[in-house]
Ligand binder design. Structure first.
Ligand SMILES: NC(=O)c1ccc[n+]([C@@H]2O[C@H](COP(=O)([O-])OP(=O)(O)OC[C@H]3O[C@@H](n4cnc5c(N)ncnc54)[C@H](OP(=O)(O)O)[C@@H]3O)[C@@H](O)[C@H]2O)c1
Length: 251
């Protein structure tokens, strides 16, 4: 089966490409660095020729509201026109658990617009909504840092390894369209506890202050904001195991 992975050079995309190739599929990793640009439409017709499935795990280079909205709107228009012309049978995309609860940060409004465009495209689809990647926990810590302290809310978060996200996207690409599904990590944590564990593993001595009023990228969050519904597929890799692998890789 020919599968095009848009964003195939990215954190998730590179894992999806290698997992699909290991299963023997004909995979094209498509991104601006390989001459395929979803915003301008460059290279899409040739990339999609003969493709059965398109997996879109690209991301906007800018998280600023207007730039992210322009990215996902233009990408959606170009991708669905090219998919219909090529007779693509399934579109799989990666989004974020709780997107509609997070729109105080404009990027999530753009992700919601991406999801709506997929639902209205007429192409059979699976939207895989994932929780925050373990690889993104350092970015959460960074955003909460003020000098030598971090202000972090105790709201629950259920992050997961990029390898488990990729495995869920691969399964979606090899199954009939399911509409919207959720995937999450095997355990949930209060966010302040997660960040303390992360900083300790990195031997970072900054102090984490538990602050229920602190925001997550400017968003007021509670235990429901970032966590999945009952019935979400859960990844296998725990945060402790991921930290051990991360430390081994860095050694
Ligand atoms: N961070 C999280 O915790 C989290 C949680 C849930 C879901 N997600 C979602 O996961 C998705 C993938 O994230 P990621 O971290 O794997 O992304 P990433 O590592 O930043 O990779 C982005 C990819 O998009 C490609 N790209 C950028 N502009 C493009 C364009 N105009 N046309 C085609 N491809 C383009 C890049 O290609 P080049 O390398 O050629 O520039 C790269 O392959 C995103 O949609 C994000 O919303 C993220």
């Amino acid at each position: 089966m020919k599968i095009v992975v848009i964003g195939g050079s990215g954190l998730i995309g590179s894992r999806v490409v290698s997992q699909l190739r290991q299963r023997g599929h004909d995979v094209l990793a498509a991104s601006p660095s390989t001459g395929v640009n979803t915003v301008t439409g460059e290279g899409l017709k040739d990339a999609f020729a003969g493709a059965d499935v398109v997996v879109d795990v690209a991301n906007s280079p800018s998280f600023e509201t207007d730039a992210a909205m322009a990215f996902f709107e233009a990408a959606g228009r170009n991708i669905f026109a090219a998919e219909k012309a090529a007779g693509v049978k399934l579109h799989v995309a990666l989004s974020v658990v709780g997107t509609e609860r997070l729109t105080e940060f404009g990027y999530f409004g753009a992700k919601l617009a991406q999801e709506r465009a997929i639902e209205n495209s007429g192409v059979p689809y699976t939207i895989v909504r994932a929780t925050q990647f373990f690889e993104f926990v350092g970015g959460i810590a960074q955003s909460a840092t003020q000098g030598e302290t971090l202000h972090v809310p105790p709201a629950r978060i259920q992050p997961m390894a990029a390898d488990d996200v990729a495995a869920a996207v691969v399964d979606a690409a090899l199954s009939p369209g399911k509409g919207m599904i959720e995937v999450a990590g095997p355990e949930s944590f209060p966010m302040d506890q997660l960040i303390r564990t992360y900083l300790a593993a990195k031997k970072d001595r900054k102090e984490v202050i538990t602050d229920p009023a602190a925001r997550y990228f400017g968003i007021a969050v509670d235990d429901r904001s970032l966590t999945p519904d009952a019935g979400a597929r859960l990844g296998k890799i725990t945060f402790d195991e991921w930290l051990r692998r991360d430390q081994t890789a860095a050694a």
